[in-house]
Ligand binder design. Structure first.
Ligand code: SAH
Length: 464
């Protein structure tokens, strides 16, 4: 972001414009919507400016801008449409320590004016840093169409009601109330004016207070393998409304960014073989927050039902009569297999696929290896990095061929995704060479589809 959007307080401040032509008029049309006092300097001014001056909506000084004119102003617009004059006036303003915008000169401007959708006090500012004015206009047109012209009135009336709404407890109850007002009862009465809107708010508050005694709820949400675009719409909605988000170590920061800004974020990270937040403590956290009435999002990487200790947390909820639901996510195996262009199952090759864990509570996990070594079988091994040698030993012991394809995909779906194409015989050595340090999924029985062409052992796959 080269430009940081802020809303500047200009009530009672001075904004100075140099110029009397079209460029100045265009800016003034916007500026006249503000509560700033406007000074225009121009030897000649267009009819619009003269009329505004006569109506006392701005002050027109019929001369060129001079030193001292800009002192103490909040903003300055150089709008003479003349490079030399703009350079002169903007340097006066800059010397006076005033922020400068030169019309049609992004490079020398200290600030730019966004495209504005005005439903005062609701204002949407759209900027593209000069990259795509057409896009900014299209977004503006779209919003203009979507936002009711009465939205500003609803917001003004709503503002006067904020104190009254504090009768509802902070958090979900109060949010639900405002959502009902802005999206349901408000729009129903918006054309009838302010009194009707006030009345609607009164009735709504009464209804919501009656429905109070909200109990909390837990959503077990799959955050997917890391790419935020692989979140489901339901996961996004849950994050949008969460009061508390309790997340795992593997949940990507970009995804946490999507949580409601006021939500409390709690790291319940568990590092394999390292410091762990004990499961009991996590269960307690979830239940305690829900019992306080919070909407808790328990955010787990991938799909919550795959190696996610979901059942223990559900049982904790049930034991305390806390309601819950599960929002599925894309599991690491799905993202990983997509990245190598293979299928998890394939007609004539394997009619089933196994999801295994490399380690469990007791350490390296044992499985029915005999089934896995049959030709064509495919296994997706989670948490398998450290167990590579163990898995290799077990499979070979049960008759697997050393040339069996093994592919390890680290950071599937993330920008730093890596693919290690290996074989059972060389797996531990290849993994040691690759020095993976992110989450990795191991496929036994699958090779990257591009392998026959030019695959190097440690193929760096930068995502598009
Ligand atoms: N519930 C998760 C799995 C949790 S177990 C899911 O459905 O994906 C954690 C293991 O998942 C990691 O050790 C790793 O094997 C795998 N994993 C998670 N995210 C991954 C990713 N982006 N790329 C590769 N493997 C991943």
């Amino acid at each position: 972001m080269k430009h940081f959007p802020v809303f500047l307080s200009i009530k009672g401040q001075r904004i100075v414009v140099s110029g009397g032509g079209e460029a100045a008029v265009a800016k003034l049309r916007l500026l006249l919507k503000t509560e700033a006092s406007l000074d225009v300097y121009a030897p000649d001014a267009s009819q619009d400016i003269q009329t505004w001056a006569t109506d006392n909506r701005l002050t027109w000084h019929p001369r060129a801008l001079a030193q001292g004119d800009v002192d103490g102003a909040a903003l300055f617009y150089a709008a003479d449409e003349d490079q030399t004059e703009d350079a002169r006036t903007s340097s006066l303003a800059r010397d006076a320590g005033v922020l400068v915008n030169i019309v049609d000169n992004l490079h020398d401007s200290q600030f730019i004016t966004p495209a504005i959708v005005d439903r005062d006090p609701v204002t949407v500012a759209i900027g593209t840093e000069g990259a795509a004015p057409v896009l900014a206009r299209a977004i503006k047109a779209d919003l203009e169409e979507r936002l009711s012209p009465n939205l500003g009135m609803l917001a003004r009336v709503g503002k006067t009601f904020r104190k009254a709404a504090e009768a509802l407890p902070w958090g979900r109850a109060r949010r639900d109330f405002w959502a009902d007002y802005y999206f349901k009862s408000g729009p129903r009465v918006e054309t009838k004016g302010e009194i009707a809107a006030e009345q609607a708010l009164d009735e709504l508050l009464f209804a919501h207070l009656a429905a109070e005694k909200q109990s909390g709820h837990v959503a077990f949400v799959g955050a997917g393998p890391g790419d935020p675009e692989l979140l489901t719409l339901k996961a996004r909605k849950a994050l949008d409304t969460a009061d508390v988000v309790i997340y795992d170590r593997l949940v990507a920061p970009e995804i946490l960014e999507l949580a409601r800004r006021e939500a409390q974020l709690i790291d319940a990270g568990k590092t394999p073989f390292g410091q762990q937040t004990p499961q009991n403590a996590i269960n307690d956290l979830i239940v305690t927050h829900a019992q306080k009435g919070a909407l808790v999002v328990r955010l787990k990487s991938g799909d919550p039902t795959v190696f996610g200790r979901l059942d223990e947390e559900i049982e904790a909820c049930d034991a305390h009569a806390v309601t819950w639901h599960v929002v599925p996510g894309i599991t690491a195996a799905s993202a990983a297999v997509a990245s190598i262009g293979q299928s998890l199952t394939k007609r004539g090759r394997n009619s089933g696929v196994r999801f295994l864990t490399g380690h469990d509570v007791a350490g390296f996990a044992d499985h029915d290896w005999r089934d896995l070594v049959k030709p064509g079988e495919v296994a997706a091994i989670y948490m398998g990095k450290k167990a590579a040698r163990f898995i290799q030993g077990r499979l070979i012991m049960h008759g697997a061929d050393g040339t069996t394809a093994v592919t390890v995909i680290e950071n599937a779906s993330r920008p730093n995704q890596r693919v290690v194409a290996s074989t059972l015989a060389t797996l531990p050595a290849d993994l040691a060479d690759a020095a993976l340090d992110g989450p990795a999924l191991t496929f036994v029985g699958l090779t990257p589809r591009a392998a026959s062409a030019a695959l190097t052992k440690f193929q760096q796959q930068e995502q598009a």
